[in-house]
Write a protein that binds this ligand. Structure first.
Ligand SMILES: Nc1ncnc2c1ncn2[C@@H]1O[C@H](COP(=O)(O)OP(=O)(O)O)[C@@H](O)[C@H]1O
Ligand SMILES: Cc1cn([C@H]2C[C@H](O)[C@@H](COP(=O)(O)OP(=O)(O)O)O2)c(=O)[nH]c1=O
Length: 210
């Protein structure tokens, strides 16, 4: 039986890392093998590309080429083999982030991103390899900034102005509205325990968690 591919999306500080841990535990408690991974990253090569994307100055096209190169390696070496073994893949960000960050926030042509998506995620015929389900942690960028203040040193993306993060949110909403069946939208402004319960309930409702 093929495994389950879940991606988790949202602006920096939305609570993705916090809730991925709880999600992993929920699947393990039900006897599933879980691979927790992230993008950009997840393989030795992709982690090297991640370091470049997060810390070197470059334009949006270069960023997109690097994150999609990292994604290709990650899909081939980690995600696809895990799915073939029947495991659950929990991925902190995937291609929706490229549309939100490089597309909406940095202005890269969305058709260019769609072309890269087809090259990297193309399956035989017109289909693309996409997550089975994407949890979008929807949060006001002001609240995210308050949560992150003093918690960690901001990287190239986290240090962007509020308007940048607002565009990222717009990008996620656009992706969600183009493929609503794949998305679960979580109001991430609620207390942590409530968010956690809603995530688990949503997965039960979708039939992916017993
Ligand atoms: N629902 C919540 N309410 C308040 N604080 C939260 C909530 N979820 C996460 N946090 C805190 O916000 C900060 C950012 O969370 P994190 O999971 O690292 O976000 P992300 O992975 O999306 O960047 C952390 O300090 C975390 O403890
Ligand atoms: C996957 C992906 C991430 N990013 C950016 C968004 C994030 O700010 C950054 C790293 O993501 P993330 O792992 O969420 O950072 P952190 O470990 O600080 O929580 O990479 C893109 O710009 N495009 C992409 O395609």
């Amino acid at each position: 039986m093929r495994g389950l591919f879940l991606s988790v999306e949202g602006i920096d500080g939305a609570g993705k890392s916090t809730h991925i841990d709880a999600l992993a535990q929920a699947f393990v408690a039900r006897g599933r093998s879980v691979v927790c991974t992230r993008e950009p990253g997840g393989t030795p090569l992709a982690e090297r590309l991640r370091a470049l994307v997060l810390h070197e100055d470059m334009d949006a096209t270069t960023e997109a080429l690097l994150v999609f190169a990292a994604r290709r390696d990650h899909l081939q070496r980690v995600i696809e083999p895990a799915l073939q073994r029947g495991e659950v893949v929990l991925c902190d960000r995937f291609t929706d982030a490229s549309f939100a960050y490089q597309g909406f926030a940095k202005g890269l042509d969305l058709d260019v991103l769609a072309t890269l998506e087809r090259i990297v995620q193309g399956l035989p015929g017109p289909r693309l390899l996409q997550p089975d389900l994407t949890l979008w942690f929807d949060l006001d960028p002001e609240v995210a900034a308050q949560r992150l203040a003093g918690v960690r040193v901001p990287d190239r993306f986290e240090s962007q102005p509020m308007a940048f993060h607002a565009l990222v949110v717009e990008g996620y909403r656009w992706r969600r509205d183009r493929d609503p069946a794949r998305f679960v939208t979580i109001d991430a402004g609620q207390p942590q325990q409530v968010v956690c319960e809603q995530v688990l309930q949503a997965l039960v409702a979708r039939g992916v968690l017993a």
